[in-house]
Write a protein that binds this ligand. Structure first.
Ligand code: NAP
Length: 547
């Protein structure tokens, strides 16, 4: 028996560090690090010690002989990775060879703006060195996209909040929630009270389709829909017309698959999750029975991960179909060589068998670009241009219209085409990429910005899964510490208590650690009678009344 990494792998590599024999790959020093969809255990070298299980923050590692049906294939997927890859494996180290390096302690104060996973990883890295952290967020709740982005039917992934418990409970952490930078507090206030300011504000704006009809009722960005079903206070008042039997999700990323699953999952599944109550009620009444997930390129180029694709095949009462024409289309040689791409093609070729008794289905349609939303005052259809793939001057395969156009009848179109960051006052902004440009997290455009850093999606764009933000945070903090040690950071001119006094004048309703704990306890208790992880409070005023 060996251990196996399964669907919820978050890539944070805590297991790699814990493994005494180095059998989990890619390791941080491998060329594959950060590019594979998940981590894998080599069954040939695993010694069954279970050290990785204890440290996995999302419960993704299981004994190979105890895998539930939906995860059984991960035994082969783990083993195949080592058969398929070559050259990235390091020599197996003897048991006990890895020793944690001593961590040098420092005296400093750093402000981290954004209390999502990126901010929490940055805070953790800093506090391990004794550095005091002020963590701010504009919402009264922490955890960013783990609370407001991860789909409710992925409780394992949401479990990563438990691993942030150490960070949230540290005496070095000062939490200031419900604080909006720019109105409640200014960058200058943070800079005056801290050695450095790290922005980890994410990328929250939907990339538009830019086609006629996009403004019609029934056309929405994925961020609106995801925020709505996850009970984000900014989106809880939205309504979505679920009266038509077909919805179309444009885009081929993991968010598109999240949305498709939520639309067809059925209330019996969703009612056991922490989905917002208003969304659960609307989905109970939903007439949507088919979701078309539209990709502009082919299966080999799809942005979704093999693990999320595989999981679609295990949805109760849901068929998944793919047009056989799409599977036989020419493939990108480079992408098909990647393990994840070949795995996706294999999984896709297995879809198509209707699930007995299913009245809901997900249709994966490739090689189609949206060109126009049809309808007089609301969406009635989506015109789609059929594409073929051609290499661009850099060798990447791009979608080129064949001239063939078809119409898909639908009442709801959700554009899940990725996100972009928004400019931050006083900071440079790369409009094409939607990020704050930096060198390894240092914002260097202007000497006046000495001591300003970024991490997470606002630094590198919306890519990777939650654990990817850990290595991103390590890089930013490494550079920040270099600057601190070299005396390049200005000493704060105001104290923490002066900062808190100013904050309380500007925003008396800021929420600290205890306030969040009251919200958390309330939500957890509300979930218990119905066997749900929690019932979210989705209204900002109500959240504040609970603190
Ligand atoms: P994404 O992975 O970047 O996917 C965006 C998709 O939109 C791509 O398929 C892209 O196609 C397509 N697209 C972009 N512009 C388009 C246009 N004008 N017309 C048609 N299609 C267009 O973005 P995402 O799904 O929002 O995910 C963001 C990040 O969060 C990803 O790293 C994702 O893996 C992660 N995430 C992970 C999970 C999970 O682990 N379970 C869940 C949710 C999100 P092209 O490739 O052709 O550009």
């Amino acid at each position: 028996m060996t251990f196996v990494i399964t669907q919820t792998c978050c890539n944070d590599t805590a297991c790699v560090a814990a493994c005494p024999v180095g059998c989990i790959h890619p390791t941080a020093d491998s060329p594959d690090h950060g590019t594979t969809e998940m981590l894998y255990i080599d069954p040939q070298s695993c010694i069954d010690c279970g050290a990785c299980v204890d440290v996995c923050p999302v419960g993704a590692i299981h004994p190979g002989d105890q895998l539930p049906d939906s995860q059984v294939r991960y035994a082969d997927i783990n083993a195949d990775y080592f058969r398929a890859s070559s050259g990235d494996r390091l020599p197996i180290e003897p048991v006990g060879a890895r020793r944690a390096a001593p961590v040098q302690q420092r005296v400093a104060r750093v402000a981290v703006v954004g209390a999502g996973p990126s901010g929490l990883y940055v805070a953790e890295e800093l506090m391990r060195r004794g550095i005091e952290v002020s963590m701010l967020d504009r919402l009264p709740t922490p955890f960013g996209l783990v609370r407001a982005g991860v789909a409710p039917d992925h409780p394992g992934t949401k479990g990563i909040t438990d691993s942030f418990g150490w960070t949230m409970a540290r005496p070095e952490l000062h939490t200031y929630l419900n604080v909006e930078l720019g109105s409640d507090i200014q960058h200058e206030d943070l800079a005056a009270a801290h050695h450095a300011v790290v922005y980890t504000v994410g990328a929250s704006v939907d990339r538009p389709l830019g086609i006629p009809g996009e403004q019609l009722a029934g056309s929405h960005g994925a961020g609106d829909f995801v925020g709505w079903y996850n009970g984000h206070p900014d989106f809880s008042q939205l309504t979505f017309d679920l009266s038509h039997p077909r919805a179309v999700v444009v885009g081929n990323g993991n968010v598109a698959l999240d949305i498709a699953r939520v639309l067809v999952a059925g209330p019996e599944v969703l009612s056991r999750t922490d989905i917002a109550d208003h969304a659960l009620e609307a989905l109970r009444r939903s007439n949507v029975r088919e979701v078309v997930v539209l990709g502009r390129r082919g299966p080999s180029e799809a942005a979704f991960t093999a693990s999320e694709l595989l999981a679609l095949g295990y949805l109760d009462g849901v068929s998944v179909t793919v047009d056989p024409r799409d599977l036989s289309a020419p493939r990108s040689d480079e992408r098909s060589a990647a393990y994840g791409s070949r795995l996706k093609e294999r999984i896709l070729s297995e879809f198509g068998r209707p699930v007995r008794g299913s009245d809901r289905r997900i249709v994966l349609q490739f090689f189609g670009s949206p060109v126009e939303l049809e309808g007089a005052d609301r969406v009635q259809g989506l015109r789609v241009a059929r594409n073929r793939l051609e290499p661009d001057p850099h060798g990447a395969l791009v979608a080129v219209p064949t001239g063939e156009v078809e119409s898909i009848e639908t009442g709801l179109v959700l554009a899940s085409t990725g996100f972009r960051g928004t400019p931050l006052a006083g900071l440079p902004f790369d409009d094409a990429r939607g990020v704050v440009p930096s060198e390894g997290g240092r914002v260097v455009a202007d000497p006046a910005l000495r001591g300003v850093y970024v991490s997470g999606w606002i630094k590198r764009g919306p890519s990777g899964n939650i654990g990817t933000n850990k290595s991103c945070a390590e890089e930013t903090v490494r550079n920040l510490l270099d600057d601190l040690d070299a005396g390049r950071l200005a000493t704060p001119t105001t104290s923490r208590s002066a900062f808190e006094t100013r904050l309380s004048e500007r925003q008396p309703a800021w929420v600290g650690r205890r306030g969040w704990q009251s919200i958390d306890e309330h939500e957890l208790a509300a979930g218990r009678p119905g066997g749900r992880p929690r019932v979210k409070v989705v209204d900002k005023d109500r959240l504040l009344r609970l603190t």
